[in-house]
Design a protein around this ligand. Structure first.
Ligand SMILES: [Zn+2]
Length: 297
């Protein structure tokens, strides 16, 4: 069986997947945010508990809110900051007595959706989490492609493409640059740039009720998202792009963004890349962590 662990800011969850992808076990505990050693022990405790409950040993994958640097082997860019600077995969490998794979939440989404989700069986899948931030990940034949820097798919920190004069130079981003895609197309970015003090969900409801400014705001959002995704298609030409995170729940994206893409990609339409809503929702992190090991132990 495969064990997947999603290390979140407030909770840490484990799932056990059987070879057919069915869930045999799932539980969650609070994340001890302030102490690295306690996080390791929490993860180990969840693994031990799952294996005792099911009477078998599993492979272990872990999704974290950050990146493991491929050169140093240490965590960087994690918003659970006690993780930064630690070689978490090596530490968990030592603690659990087996190799442990660790990657970020967008890569987990890619693994989950490419394995048995919305893009099951498709060869090249780009997955995007548009929520608090804008993360991305690539799965090739169901396997995450982190790349030598561990940043494969991190397109949220590319600049907004085809920016107009009024979109430049853009808002400063926490990464040190300005005008990153994330500052426009994350839920947070959308609310800050277009929201007039409203949450994304409220803006969508207002647009549906015929409020003109809200409709314009969403059309601008769809245009910016399409501009961002068009550059992904020009570079990678994936079979599917799967959207996750809070903004992915806006159903209009799936009808409005593809026609815009046809006007933006090199050579024009018809667009053969599928733009899909994720299948596993909030479970993509934990399920994708389990799918980091493609073959059951
Ligand atoms: Zn940035």
């Amino acid at each position: 069986m495969r064990l997947g662990i999603d290390l979140g800011g407030t909770k840490t969850e484990i799932v056990a997947l059987m070879p057919d992808g069915s869930e045999a076990y799932r539980t969650r505990v609070p994340t001890p945010r302030t102490e690295y050693r306690a996080i390791l022990e929490t993860i180990a405790g969840l693994v031990v508990g799952a294996e005792a409950a099911l009477g078998q040993r599993g492979s272990v994958g872990v999704g974290i809110p950050g990146t493991v640097d491929r050169i140093s082997g240490r965590v960087k860019n994690a918003n659970t900051q006690v993780l930064n600077g630690h070689p978490i995969d090596q530490d968990l490998t030592a603690l659990l007595g087996r190799p442990v794979r660790v990657t970020n939440d967008a890569n987990c989404l890619a693994a989950s959706e490419a394995s048995d989700g919305a893009a099951a069986g498709l060869e090249v899948v780009f997955a995007v989490i548009i929520g608090t931030g804008a993360g991305g990940g690539v799965a090739l034949k169901g396997q995450v492609w982190p790349g030598p820097n561990g940043i494969g798919g991190e397109w949220g920190h590319n600049p907004l493409p085809w920016a107009t004069a009024d979109e430049l130079p853009g808002t400063p981003c926490y990464c040190g640059k300005a005008g990153c895609l994330e500052t426009w197309i994350s839920g947070t970015g959308f609310e800050l740039t277009e929201g007039r003090g409203h949450k994304a969900k409220e803006i969508a409801a207002l647009a549906q009720a015929g409020e003109a400014w809200a409709e314009t705001a969403l059309q601008r959002y769809e245009d910016r998202l399409a501009r961002g995704l068009a550059t992904v298609i020009n570079l990678l030409d994936p079979d599917a792009i799967v959207l996750g995170g809070g903004m992915s729940n806006l159903d209009r994206l799936y009808t409005n963004v593809p026609p815009r893409l046809e006007g933006l990609i090199f050579g024009g339409g018809p667009l053969r890349t599928k733009i899909l809503k994720n299948k596993h929702g909030d479970s993509s992190g934990v399920r994708g962590a389990a799918w980091l090991w493609p073959v059951a132990e």
